[in-house]
Design a protein around this ligand. Structure first.
Ligand SMILES: Nc1ncnc2c1ncn2[C@@H]1O[C@H](COP(=O)(O)OP(=O)(O)OP(=O)(O)O)[C@@H](O)[C@H]1O
Ligand SMILES: [Mg+2]
Length: 458
């Protein structure tokens, strides 16, 4: 007989035999458990039944466990997700931990280990032991941290527009959370189970953007060897996020405008248009009104996109959120690297709060994640924050005071790793082999030295 008080566990694995084994193991310990065989089904079931924890296989027929993990992190960051990985796929498991997985288990899953891991994941943290996360999450909405008045206004707008189809223009400096806001809107919209597709208008070369957006038919141009769907069609039923819209050429602006008016796309090289049902969110770090004055942006397109405007404040305009964000990312950095939690000294917090933060939240996040790894003890001092800042920004050689050995070594390591990464075109496995270290070790070093993983740079 099922006991409704026992935690409900969702097992997402496409291998029905393995799924059944997990379900049996769980039920043998009185957990209530149910299974799903795909990304789509898993997310749907999660939404409907709100399990207390999720066991997640990384290889699924309609996507990867990483997709599930990302989505669950957005929807319900406190629900523990335990990743089950095939034997020998440690890098994937590390990546999963980076994305917020609570633990990982190697296949075949051993009963004892499964229970130990689940128990740990489901035990509430002892009061006082790790207050940082709870406090952080109080101010957190949609994965957005911050309780300042300026952020409250942002949350209100997100709440208001999410259930509608309204187009939203999200403005703000670099690193202020524009993409996060766009994802939050999608995740809280009726389209949440449908795709969220991002197109970065600044990253796609001008000559490719039309085909990227609208697709092309075979033979439309050299290299068009087969029909291809564009982002509009990939996002059908869901949301298309047009990032850096201020960088779109005037020619493309006209084409986009026409598409928005007609609700139809015409693939490059085709004479037939196809209807699409897409909600558009756009973002820019440029001042579009100025761009309109300069003749760089069409005002009719601006009016179409800017039905609702959300402006993300720069971090220096909401300094009261710095401590919350700093603790949040310091904790995340520790958890991801399997390290003990660390605390900031009051002086370190004070110091952080008055920095200029030109790179906004992204800069703060990188700094805190680096500190989580480089600081050996369990407190992070003001001095260590200064050193870490220095390491991120200072050129490799610099006049003036001699550089402490530790810093010099870090700089050399950073430079050398960057070199090898570039020689290996970002391939971590080959770079690790070159350097004679384990891939996971390389990954850790990169994190510590503030080197973005190539996957993120793509
Ligand atoms: N309010 C916030 N709370 C927590 N994390 C945030 C917040 N705002 C931004 N971040 C984090 O900062 C980083 C940058 O955010 P995001 O990519 O959304 O910014 P952006 O405005 O799109 O930047 P860019 O203009 O450079 O593309 C991400 O890692 C994101 O998770
Ligand atoms: Mg962005």
């Amino acid at each position: 007989m099922e006991n409704a008080d026992r935690p409900l566990i969702l097992v997402i694995d496409d291998d029905s035999a393995l799924r059944q084994i997990c379900l049996d193991l769980l039920r043998a310990r009185d957990y209530r458990a149910f299974g799903a065989a795909s990304v789509g089904e898993g997310l749907r079931q999660f939404g409907e039944r709100r399990p207390a924890a999720v066991l997640l296989d990384l290889k699924l027929p309609d996507g990867t466990g990483m997709d599930v993990l990302r989505e669950l992190q957005r929807r319900s960051p406190l629900t523990p997700v335990i990743v089950i990985s095939a034997h020998g796929s440690v890098p994937e498991a590390v990546e999963a931990m980076r994305l917020g997985a609570a633990e990982f288990l190697e296949k075949p899953v051993a009963a004892e280990r499964l229970h130990a891991v689940l128990e740990r994941a489901l035990t509430p943290l002892p009061a006082g032991e790790e207050p940082a996360l709870e406090r952080t999450l109080e101010g957190a909405r949609y994965g957005m941290v911050g309780s300042s008045e300026a952020m409250q206004r942002v949350y209100q707008l997100v709440d208001m527009v999410a259930p509608t189809r309204a187009r939203v223009l999200i403005c703000g400096e670099r690193g202020t959370g524009k993409e996060l806001a766009a994802r939050a809107i999608h995740a809280h919209s009726p389209r949440r189970e449908k795709p969220f597709v991002e197109l970065n208008c600044a990253a796609v070369p001008a000559e490719l953007i039309e085909s990227e957006m609208f697709g092309h038919v075979k033979g439309a141009f050299t290299g068009a060897v087969a029909d291809r769907r564009g982002t509009f069609e990939s996002a059908d039923g869901g949301t298309l996020f047009l990032d850096e819209i201020g960088d779109m050429s005037l020619v493309m602006q006209v084409k986009l405008l026409r598409t928005l008016q007609e609700g139809q796309v015409t693939p490059v090289g085709s004479s037939q248009s196809r209807p699409v049902d897409v909600r558009i969110l756009a973002a820019t770090s440029k001042n579009l009104v100025e761009e309109i004055d300069k003749g760089q942006f069409r005002d009719d397109l601006y009016d179409r996109l800017n039905v609702v405007n959300i402006v993300l404040p720069p971090l220096r305009a909401r300094r009261e959120d710095v401590p919350l964000l700093a603790e949040h990312y310091l904790r995340l950095g520790s958890v991801e690297n399997d390290l003990k939690p660390k605390r900031l000294t009051p002086r370190a917090v004070e110091f952080l709060a008055q920095l200029p933060w030109r790179g906004n939240v992204r800069e703060l996040r990188n700094l805190m994640e680096r500190l989580a790894v480089i600081v050996a003890g369990d407190t992070v001092t003001h001095r260590e924050v200064m050193d870490a800042l220095h390491m991120a920004s200072a050129p490799p050689t610099e006049d003036g005071a001699p550089v402490p050995l530790k810093l010099a070594r870090s700089r050399f390591e950073r430079q050398y790793i960057l070199e090898r990464l570039s020689a290996n075109r970002g391939n971590l496995g080959n770079t690790a082999r070159d350097l004679g270290i384990e891939r996971t070790n390389l990954y850790r070093k990169m994190k510590r030295l503030g080197i973005e993983s190539p996957a993120k740079r793509e």
